[in-house]
Design a protein around this ligand. Structure first.
Ligand code: BDR
Ligand code: CA
Length: 312
């Protein structure tokens, strides 16, 4: 299995998420390779109530004693876009976890984000869902962007690959106005989009390995994987699924396995067919960069890392 170089310090992270099957696998991954300061939740794959319940339940499963702050129940414009067809009605496919014992630390994720970055240095922000909580924090306290070591988002895409629409990726499509606030805020931003996450696929052979390993976590991740495949491909388990959210965590803990380039990226908020598109300027003489865009992933190493984290 993968061995961490002896002196590698785990990065400290605040995670904003909407579990979500791949968010759940991302939390398993983050529990292994990062020091989690706290977690904020947002409506996205399923309702805020479900993403928050799932986060609390996953923390208990993983033995993570960190504060969980609930955030936005809808987008900045008051809309709710969910993806039960991909994540199941409760958000974790067929997986049911015991009712969590711990409660949320607050229902004001934006304030928690502001306070965390006001009081902590060397703290990374990782966003795995729609960017509503983070946009609210930036709108309330614009100077916070200078305190954030970096913000890594799973969202958007270079080269025009969408999943909700032909043009738009889910996390951006669910709240394009929030994404626009974030992309134009001046925060040190890394975009791990569909063009990269589609390179990191897991499927039946990985779920079989995890089932054979037979620990509570490995069996849980195996079930999550099988559910994800089954929901996305209507029961066909032969096809593999992209590890969107785990890639964003690993871009922070293991940047050596990613190739990124500085780019100017704008979020389309108005287009009839393109609302939610991340428009990446790839011209020979481009506009001033505001983002580091992920292009290549060392998929073999990243899959090893996810498996290693899941075999805890
Ligand atoms: C993103 O959307 C959600 O469905 C996943 O959890 C991931 O964050 C992929 O487009
Ligand atoms: Ca997500």
């Amino acid at each position: 299995m993968f061995r961490r170089p002896i002196n590698k310090v785990k990065p400290r992270v605040l995670i904003d998420c909407d579990p979500g099957i791949d968010d759940a696998i991302a939390l398993v991954t983050a529990a292994k390779y990062t020091e989690i300061l706290g977690i904020t939740t947002v409506a996205g794959n399923v309702s805020l109530e479900s993403t928050t319940r799932n986060t609390l339940a996953l923390c208990e499963l993983l033995g993570l004693d960190v504060p969980v702050h609930a955030g936005a129940a809808h987008s900045l414009r008051g809309q709710v876009v969910t993806a039960e067809e991909v994540h199941g009605d409760a958000g974790l496919g067929t997986l049911t976890l015991p009712t969590p014992k711990k409660n949320i630390a607050s229902d004001d994720a934006a304030t928690y984000i502001i306070e965390s970055f006001t009081h902590h240095k060397n703290l990374h922000l990782v966003a795995l869902g729609p960017l509503t909580n983070i946009a609210k924090a930036i709108e309330r306290e614009p100077n916070i962007v200078n305190q954030i070591t970096d913000l890594t988002i799973m969202g958007g895409s270079a080269r025009g690959i969408g999943n909700v629409t032909a043009a738009a990726e889910f996390n951006i499509f669910a709240d394009p106005e929030a994404a626009s606030v974030v992309f134009s805020s001046g925060v040190r931003l890394k975009m791990i989009g569909l063009n990269l996450t589609h390179q990191v696929q897991m499927g039946l052979s990985e779920s079989k390995r995890l089932t054979r390993h037979n620990s509570v976590i490995s069996r849980t991740v195996a079930e999550l994987l099988l559910s994800y495949q089954s929901l996305i491909y209507s029961g066909n388990l032969a096809k593999t699924v992209p590890m969107h959210d785990p890639c964003a965590i690993l871009a922070v803990s293991h940047p050596e396995f990613f190739t990124l380039s500085d780019r100017n990226v704008n979020v389309e908020t108005a287009g009839t067919y393109t609302r939610g598109l991340t428009l990446v300027d790839e011209r020979r003489v481009p506009a001033e960069p505001n983002c580091r865009v992920g292009y290549e992933a060392n998929s073999r190493q990243l899959i090893k890392l996810i498996l290693n984290a899941s075999m805890t």
